[in-house]
Ligand binder design. Structure first.
Ligand SMILES: Nc1ncnc2c1ncn2[C@@H]1O[C@H](COP(=O)(O)OP(=O)(O)OP(=O)(O)O)[C@@H](O)[C@H]1O
Length: 219
């Protein structure tokens, strides 16, 4: 039986006097893929940051894995994310970035596990290039790898299709579907309607800080 792993109720957010979330409510069942669609500035990223606990809602509540974020816990438990602005270190290689994150997360994975993670996202684990020499698509893949480091139950991917070519998109669809098979719950935003329709079980459509429509995509 699926149960709600995330519950967002009546969330609003104002930055200074500007309203960016205008009463967002939705729930997420475990082990499904949720797409977040909508134009630039419609509130998808702020919604993700609110779920994670990085942004405090002006009103409303967010519950993740049974805990109220910003009340019971500061940050969403058992939840990983790839959001470009919480980026990686430009003057380190791919493997060095993962090693650093692993140390910060106190997991201390062995070298082989980190190398396998790079392979999983289609990067050469032996590449000695620093991030500043990476293409945007390579950076995107590394960012996605960073979200898989902790093996958390919930994975939030903000615009992961950005900078990915066609092969990259196919890889991403396969990867997200594999994550679902591993029992994870995935929240993914994209401008790319076709991509979301291919990958998501359920789509939330954002406009002006509101969810204006939901699309059920399950067969
Ligand atoms: N820290 C902040 N301070 C002020 N305004 C902000 C802040 N963060 C986001 N906003 C504003 O909130 C609105 C929603 O932004 P958000 O990043 O959630 O959009 P989005 O739907 O993810 O769009 P995009 O596809 O461009 O990423 C925008 O108008 C943005 O300028």
């Amino acid at each position: 039986m699926n149960k709600n792993i995330i519950e967002v109720e009546n969330v609003t957010k104002q930055f200074k006097k500007k309203s960016v979330l205008n009463g967002i409510s939705f729930s997420v069942q475990s082990n499904k893929i949720y797409g977040f669609k909508g134009p630039n500035g419609s509130g998808k990223t702020v919604t993700f940051k609110t779920i994670l606990g990085f942004v405090k809602p002006s009103s409303g509540t967010v519950k993740v894995n049974g805990k109220y974020v910003r009340k019971d816990v500061m940050f969403a438990p058992n939840t990983s994310f790839a959001i470009a602005e919480y980026g990686l270190l430009e003057d380190k290689t791919g493997i060095e970035n993962l090693q650093l994150l692993d140390i910060l997360n106190k997991h201390h994975k062995d070298h082989q596990e980190l190398m396998s993670l790079l392979e999983r996202v289609g990067l050469d684990p032996k590449n000695t290039q620093k991030l500043k020499e990476y293409s945007l698509g390579m950076k995107q893949r590394l960012l996605i790898a960073s979200a898989l480091l902790n093996d958390d139950k919930i994975v939030i991917l903000d615009e992961p299709t950005n900078a990915l070519d066609e092969d990259g998109q196919i890889f991403l669809i396969d990867l997200i579907q594999d994550l679902k098979k591993e029992g994870k719950t995935i929240l993914v935003s994209s401008h790319d309607k076709e991509f979301l329709e291919k990958v998501a079980d359920h789509i939330f459509v954002f406009s002006n800080g509101k969810i204006v429509r939901e699309e059920d995509n399950e067969e």
